[in-house]
Design a protein around this ligand. Structure first.
Ligand code: GDP
Length: 298
């Protein structure tokens, strides 16, 4: 139910337009496919994924001998589920202790908020969590994390000044000494075009590997769903530079561009570990393809 509410804007645009199109009924013809393509592109599904979905639908129409547009809704629902299901891979944090999760992304994507949400999520599962205030560019980011840690009784490793790599290195050592289950390491926001900063985050990763050869166990790229197709560009750039192992797609509640998930699935598939559907700490959900698609169509 909350997921459905969280996706309300995407649903209103995308879901409603689709229902309108299909419920009209009538023949399945070129005009219908054209209209469908426009709806998909408007929801930021992107050219490649739209083409893929339309091709899959055409095959399905042929195979099942569908003749009426009303039959297409179920077919599109299935096709979307098939496309998105491979992205549904939950994070298994039990494989290492401490399990080190490094977060990356552009400024304002929602990294710090997501760290708070993740800390709460894992604490609720009985795991101990430690935060590394690795965003050493913005003093406010460190403060935000420290205040949050105090309020929720979560240890935060921070340094006045200092560099990101050193803070995270210390945090991993502290987590090991304290028998902590999960380290959530923040990093400064950066654009893929800021080459010196992309080099800096590569260094952070190398230093983490020095602290713990198997770490980081997860390189989590945080993406703001509002950026639409730009999110795909960010996945490519951060993946090429850093080796991304999972994604968090935030702010799905505030956007009608939820279709970008399909674009990611088609062009740069990575597990979507979580989606953010609001500003409060409870508004983080593991990504479940079927639930996501159901919420769009309901
Ligand atoms: P950072 O710069 O990447 O650390 O981004 P922040 O965590 O500071 O988040 C930037 C803004 O986005 C803040 O106002 C957050 O409350 C907001 N935000 C983060 N995640 C979500 C989400 O899932 N939904 C909504 N509506 N807002 C979010």
């Amino acid at each position: 139910q909350r997921l459905k509410q969280g996706l309300s804007r995407t649903r209103e645009q995308f879901g409603k337009q689709l229902s309108n199109l299909f419920s009209r009924g009538g023949k399945i013809d070129a005009d219908l496919y054209d209209e469908l393509e426009t709806i998909l592109l408007t929801a930021d599904v992107g050219v490649d994924a739209s083409q893929y979905l339309l091709d899959s639908l055409r095959q399905r129409v042929k195979k099942d001998r569908l003749t009426d547009a009303t039959q297409l809704q179920a077919a599109l629902h299935d096709t979307l589920c098939t496309l998105l299901s491979p992205l549904e891979q939950a994070l298994d944090v039990s494989t290492h202790k401490p399990y080190v999760i490094m977060l990356a992304g552009v400024n304002g994507a929602g990294k710090t908020t997501t760290i708070g949400k993740l800390a709460k999520y894992y604490q609720a599962q009985g795991k101990s969590v430690l935060l590394a205030a690795g965003d050493t560019f913005r003093a406010a980011a460190r403060e935000q994390l420290m205040v949050w840690g105090e309020r929720n009784n979560v240890a935060v490793i921070a340094q006045d000044g200092g560099d990101s790599a050193a803070v995270i290195f210390d945090a991993i050592a502290a987590a090991r000494a304290r028998g902590i289950d999960i380290v959530l390491a923040d990093t400064a926001g950066r654009l893929p075009t800021q080459l010196n900063l992309m080099e800096e985050i590569r260094k952070v990763k190398r230093v983490i590997q020095k602290a713990e050869p198997t770490a980081p166990h997860e390189v989590l790229l945080v993406l703001d769903a509002n950026t639409g197709q730009n999110a795909v560009t960010q996945v490519k750039a951060f993946d090429d530079a850093l080796g991304v192992t999972g994604l968090v797609l935030t702010k799905l509640d505030g956007t009608a561009k939820g279709g970008v998930i399909a674009a990611i699935a088609k062009t740069r598939p990575h597990p979507i570990r979580f989606i953010g559907v609001g500003e409060s700490l409870e508004d983080l959900r593991p990504f479940v393809a079927q639930d996501f698609v159901d919420a769009l169509f309901e």
